[in-house]
Design a protein around this ligand. Structure first.
Ligand code: CMP
Length: 135
């Protein structure tokens, strides 16, 4: 099934000029970048985006981090895009990520893990809407 999913290139990867490298990887893996914009969000916006994690001990750290510098948000489209994007990203913790995945190649730590990707159809819809409501 052709799906759309939201991808974020996080501050650690933008800062290290990895945007084009990561975009190329998505394209090579047959995920089409339908929309892309570079933005910086506030801590309140990060808190809203990650509210699914609000009870977790790492929530505050996570919100501070996502709002700490520019990010690139994208809509990816392709066959099973949600699952495919998660496969291409690798496990949340770069130390546990499979060889060749984005997080294994570029992730620094579980916080600075370079990319985010929606984990379900409902979340993909919500997350795309969150970042691309206006444009
Ligand atoms: P992400 O896929 O963006 O979703 C939530 C983020 O929380 C996750 O990537 C990690 O960067 C971050 N995080 C920090 N600590 C943890 C943890 N113990 N478990 C899961 N995610 C964590």
């Amino acid at each position: 099934m052709i799906e759309q999913t939201l991808s974020i290139i996080k501050p650690d990867a933008v800062e290290r000029n990895l945007v084009e490298t990561i975009k190329k990887k998505f394209s090579q893996e047959k995920l089409k970048i339908l929309k892309s914009k570079k933005i910086q969000i506030s801590k309140d916006e990060a808190a809203e985006f990650y509210k699914i994690h609000q009870t977790k001990p790492f929530y505050d750290r996570l919100c501070n981090y996502l709002s700490s510098g520019p990010i690139v948000v994208m809509v990816l489209e392709g066959e099973n895009a949600i699952k495919e994007n998660r496969r291409i990203m690798g496990s949340t913790n770069p130390k546990e990520a499979a060889e060749g995945t984005i997080r294994k190649l570029y992730g620094i730590s579980i916080d600075k893990n370079s990319v985010h990707g929606s984990d379900s159809t409902d979340n993909a819809k919500q997350e795309i809407n969150f970042f691309f409501k206006i444009n």
